[in-house]
Design a protein around this ligand. Sequence first.
Ligand code: HEC
Ligand code: HEC
Length: 343
Amino acid sequence: MKVNLKIYLVLIIVIVWSIQACVPDVDPIITKPLFYQPDGFPATSGQLNNNPVTYNGFRLGKKLFYDPILSLDSSVSCGSCHQQFAAFAHLDHKVSHGINDLEGNRNAPPLFNLAWHSNFFWDGGSNHIEVQPIGPITNPVEMNEDVARVIAKLKRSKFYPEMFKRAFGSDTITTQAMTRAMAQFMSSLISANSKYDQVKAGTATFTVDEQNGYMLFKSKCESCHREPLMTDLDYRNNGLDLHFTSDPGRARITLQPSDSGKFKVPSLRNVAVTFPYMHDGRINSLSKVIDHYRNGIVQSTTIDPILAGGNMSITDAEKQQLLLFLNTLTDPTFLNDERFSEK
Ligand code: HEC
Ligand code: HEC
């Protein structure tokens, strides 16, 4: 009898231990903090102050980001249009393709360093990272789903209630908890280890051509594509069009005619892998982007004062140096970081 009891006890301990072992609280691939402040970066937007990144929040956010059940017919996830190898942009798609292959009218921007942004989308139409995911979920040409139905689907799931409980202490699934988890995942997408960053940190050096490209960048591009984020996060017109009827940009939100044709300055980090370029994906190579600044700038009523002087003078040799510099902004650590990938 005594022996039996001991065996039972050991069995119970083994069972409890193995159940816990199935759902580990730390992931072996997570060896560094999920959120950190890279050297030289400015202060964050502060939008995450009440929603600090935790391992379980990140894990839930990642699961949701890659889960097509957030779309009406379970065909499209956030990750369908935001692909890691393209720095979470939509590679080779001028404008995004959503549910039933419906086309939107804008190019999916890459996702990284979002904790430093206060406004989201090309026109800044969303002003909080925790509200932003509602946009694509409900957009008829993206995921075309209803938030209440998404919540109902998550509640019916075998694993989501437990994941929400681990992340937020309660298995009651709410819209806010869902978007907070996604905000935690997206804020963890930090890109700060390109060759450019290593040069800044003193652990690598530019070639002579890259260094010359960097000097050109500083004199011609940096006032808008500001270091170290490579964007000043402002809205500007870089001379693509004369009229803005098809997409008024920032004016869609502010309703100010003076904001017509202004779009959020995109970061140039990882720019070599995020083609096509511009809010509508109209330019398909970096070489052609530089040609735009060399001989394609269209003067209009809202052209940025920095470009009001007309085309930039950039020689062919300088163009090559600029391209070499832009390539140093690619961050392979980020593009291949297993913590962010679907599996
Ligand atoms: C059908 C393709 C598609 C899907 C699906 C999609 N997105 Fe996007 N995403 C876009 C496009 C296009 C934009 C730019 C929209 C605009 O500027 O009006 C964008 C913009 C964004 C931005 C703003 C980035 C910035 O720099 O301002 C974030 C953040 C984002 N998406 C996250 C998500 C999340 C989270 C999901 C899933 C809930 C998602 N996206 C699903 C195409 C998509
Ligand atoms: C007056 C501000 C300004 C200056 C100066 C400027 N840009 Fe831009 N750049 C922008 C804006 C705004 C956009 C987005 C325009 C749009 O999509 O409508 C942009 C877009 C880009 C893009 C596309 C990125 C993407 O993800 O789609 C690249 C590449 C680029 N610029 C490179 C450069 C280079 C290289 C220089 C210097 C030779 C430069 N820019 C100078 C404001 C500027």
